[in-house]
Write a protein that binds this ligand. Structure first.
Ligand SMILES: O=C(O)CCC(=O)C(=O)O
Length: 324
């Protein structure tokens, strides 16, 4: 097993089965290297007086989550965002899926023809003028993900590509459009490989968009495996333990919307020093996002990506979600 950067103890299973590299640093988890103690303010929910018993119960739950997070931060191995090379399915189950821990997996998509082929020109030639559904009218509409149905648009695929040529966040083919687009995108299936170590054989949900598409801060009601094919995306991940800071009011969305936007942080100061991890996905990278982990994504170039939810193991947390 080889590791670059700082060396940390590695659990035996991983040391036998994967080349695990520590990616995130103690600094990102609010760990003060000098004192070797986490900064409590970065890990604990904000303090405010409880109004009644229900509020006190919530406060105690948030205390518990924050305390557990602070304890995890004592070990950079336990609390960092790990990158694994060619991770076997069993190691993925034991160390990430069952524990609800995100991981970047490299090497699993090696040899997929899509990695070489999926340029805008190739996609235009392959999909042609088949009509596709996309999310449109996003610029200036803060709730485009919450109000997905209002933003459904249809256009021939080449016309969609022309719309996104200059970048921006206005038009995006999202996972939510994937059932409508199954026939139009069927010719792309032959360019994809298999991820049998982690997934059953079911199609992924395709995202196609230009530089600067932005998916706001939310969590999903499933475990998700993201497979970056073309271009790069910057992802911010926030653990469920930080939910008290996330202004979680509507469905699975955070009113903070964008953790990189100073104006939003001014409105939601509790989110300012929230514990978070940041990673850039490159072509061929997989990112496992466990159920309940907050995430936001911004594409840094023209991007194609698939989201898979058809894991080898049960993925049914959504069934009991108190939707309200
Ligand atoms: O790639 C994106 O813009 C959003 C992806 C996402 O949120 C997901 O797959 O869960």
């Amino acid at each position: 097993m080889s590791m670059s950067g700082k060396k940390y103890p590695v659990p035996p299973l991983l040391s036998q089965t994967a080349d695990v590299q520590m990616q995130m640093t103690l600094r990102q988890i609010g760990f003060d290297a000098a004192s070797k103690a986490p900064k409590p303010s970065a890990l604990m929910p904000p303090a405010s007086p409880p109004r009644n018993e229900e509020a006190l119960a919530l406060k105690r739950r948030d205390w518990l989550l924050g305390t557990m997070e602070r304890q995890r931060a004592l070990s950079s191995y336990a609390s960092g965002l790990l990158t694994a090379e060619n991770l076997p399915g069993e190691a993925f189950l034991h160390d990430f899926y069952a524990t609800g821990r995100p991981v970047v997996i490299k090497g699993a998509m090696a040899g997929w023809p899509a990695l070489e082929k999926w340029t805008p020109d190739y996609l235009a030639d392959t999909i042609g003028d088949a009509v596709v559904e996309y999310q449109g009218g996003r610029e200036g509409a803060g709730d485009y993900e919450l109000a997905k149905d209002r933003h459904k648009r249809r256009a021939p695929f080449r016309a969609f590509l022309a719309l996104i040529r200059d970048g921006g966040n206005d038009a995006y083919i999202t996972a939510y459009n994937s059932s409508a687009n199954a026939t139009a995108f069927a010719p792309l299936e032959k360019d994809l490989g298999r991820l049998d170590a982690y997934l059953t054989r079911a199609p992924g949900m395709l995202w196609i968009g230009p530089k600067d598409t932005f998916t706001p801060l939310h969590f999903d009601l499933t475990n998700n495996l993201l497979a970056q094919v073309t271009g790069t995306k910057r992802v911010i991940l926030v653990p469920p333990s930080q939910t008290a800071r996330m202004a979680h009011r509507r469905h699975v969305f955070s009113d903070v919307h964008d953790l990189t936007d100073p104006a939003r942080l001014a409105l939601h100061p509790a989110a300012r020093d929230v514990l978070h991890y940041e990673v850039v996905l490159n072509p061929g990278d997989l990112l496992f996002i466990p159920i309940g982990w907050w995430h936001q994504l911004r594409s840094e170039s023209f991007s194609t990506m698939l989201t898979y939810t058809n894991f080898q193991w049960p993925n049914i947390g959504h069934e009991e979600y108190p939707a309200g």
